[in-house]
Design a protein around this ligand. Structure first.
Ligand SMILES: Cc1ncc(COP(=O)(O)O)c(C=O)c1O
Length: 396
């Protein structure tokens, strides 16, 4: 192995900013009690630290009242709370073929067990773009409907026009759940401005927090049934779930050290400026595209203009299984990517890359130009070797 080039930020971001590590350590040393439970000073210090993190995140995400931000353990948990809660009494669910299984599996479950009709708007075969007219047409049905859409594809990086999708849903009187897993932290986001009923996201990807963290936000007045009920520390005398935010949806002991790390990451992102992060990701995306343009045998699956996407692009090298390319990249160049279907089989059916999938490259604010150049050189070399019929080996 020659290097340590991390291009798998869409799975989870690495490295985390040093302030995240410091905040976690500081929390464990100086606080470390359970939040909202006991009256002793370590418990109070822990509650304060979590409240501060909520405030930092609310500030970053344009949420006026920090208590509207619900902590979850990942994007999947937030999406499940929103989808199952808002699907009560719904006959149809309109979605896109770009959805991750964190959305598709709950939807297929609702189809199988509750008879909901699932209507999928398919994405363009090369760029992953969604036809807004088809989206609007499908929403205009009279039966009770829910809509779910990702903000950005985790396969091609394609950004969906989420405000337009939300406006169309609003006009049709359909609540929309947004999966902001690949956009949060990668572009400036004001959650209320999206105009959705609910937005869910992980804390461990673009928001640069540790794993085991996520966020969910409901538009004011939207308070579906929670998925779980249990101890919150608040209203201990009641055997019923508190109905106020965030406790209504935060049962059980919180991942306080993770949340504190996520709060520190939010502070870091505000200092750096998410608009600057977005510019940097676009610059790296341009470098990646330019470096691979015209390389024989390489097919890119991503919008032509990196400004239409987040820091993700997929590719395939003719005849070479993507898992083999991923292994060669890691073994010979130390370049870490992700091969396969990326938990989004419908997206790959739209792209025509199922069942093998693609090789996904995903960069972050800490990715250097040199990292991208190593990846380009490695892909070029593999493609050239393949054309000269030098054996590439296979992955068992
Ligand atoms: C678009 C999308 N949605 C949902 C998820 C699930 O995120 P988590 O692992 O935090 O539940 C991912 C993660 O890969 C994703 O890319």
């Amino acid at each position: 192995m020659t290097g340590d080039v991390y291009l798998d930020n869409a799975a989870t971001s690495w490295p985390k900013p040093p302030v995240v590590l410091e905040a976690i350590r500081d929390f464990l040393e100086r606080a470390g009690g359970n939040t909202g439970r006991s009256g002793h000073h370590r418990s109070i210090a822990s509650s304060r630290a979590v409240s501060l993190a909520r405030e930092q995140l609310a500030e970053l995400l344009g949420v006026g009242s920090p208590d509207e931000l619900i902590f979850t353990k990942n994007a999947t948990e937030g999406l499940n709370i929103a989808i199952y809660g808002l699907a009560e009494g719904v006959a149809r669910i309109v979605t896109t073929s770009l959805e991750h299984n964190s959305v598709m599996r709950p939807l297929r479950d609702l189809e199988q067990r509750r008879g909901c009709a699932i209507e999928v708007v398919h994405a363009d075969g090369n760029t992953g773009e969604i036809d807004l007219d088809e989206w609007k047409a499908r929403l205009g049905d009279a039966s009770p409907t829910l809509a779910v859409a990702t903000h950005a594809s985790n396969v091609t990086g394609t950004l969906l026009p989420i405000e337009d999708l939300a406006a169309a849903a609003g006009e049709a009187g359909v609540p929309l759940v947004v999966d902001a897993s690949q956009s949060a932290g990668h572009l400036p986001l004001s959650l209320p401005a999206i105009g959705a009923a609910a937005v869910a996201m992980p804390g461990h990807k673009g928001l640069l927090g540790p794993s085991g963290t996520g966020l969910l936000h409901f538009a004011p007045g939207i308070e579906p049934e929670p998925l779980m009920r249990g101890g919150t520390g608040s209203q201990s005398e009641l055997e019923y779930q508190p109905d106020f935010l965030p406790d209504r949806y935060e049962s059980g002991t919180l991942n306080a050290m993770g949340i504190v790390g996520l709060g520190a990451a939010a502070g870091y992102l505000r200092e750096v400026g998410v608009d600057r992060v977005q510019d940097r990701l676009t610059e790296l995306g341009r470098r990646f595209r330019d470096g691979l343009a015209g390389v024989d045998g390489v097919t890119l699956y991503a919008p032509a203009d990196p400004a239409d996407s987040v820091g993700i692009a997929s590719l395939n090298v003719d005849q070479v299984p993507c898992a083999t390319v991923a292994r060669l990249l890691d073994d010979e160049w130390g370049v870490m990517t992700r091969a396969g279907l990326h938990c989004s089989p419908a997206a790959h059916r739209s792209l025509g890359t199922a069942p093998e999938g693609t090789l996904r490259f995903s960069w972050g604010n800490d990715t250097s130009d040199a990292d991208i150049d190593v990846a380009i050189e490695a892909v070029r070399t593999i493609a050239a070797r393949e054309r000269s019929a030098e054996p590439l080996g296979t992955v068992a």
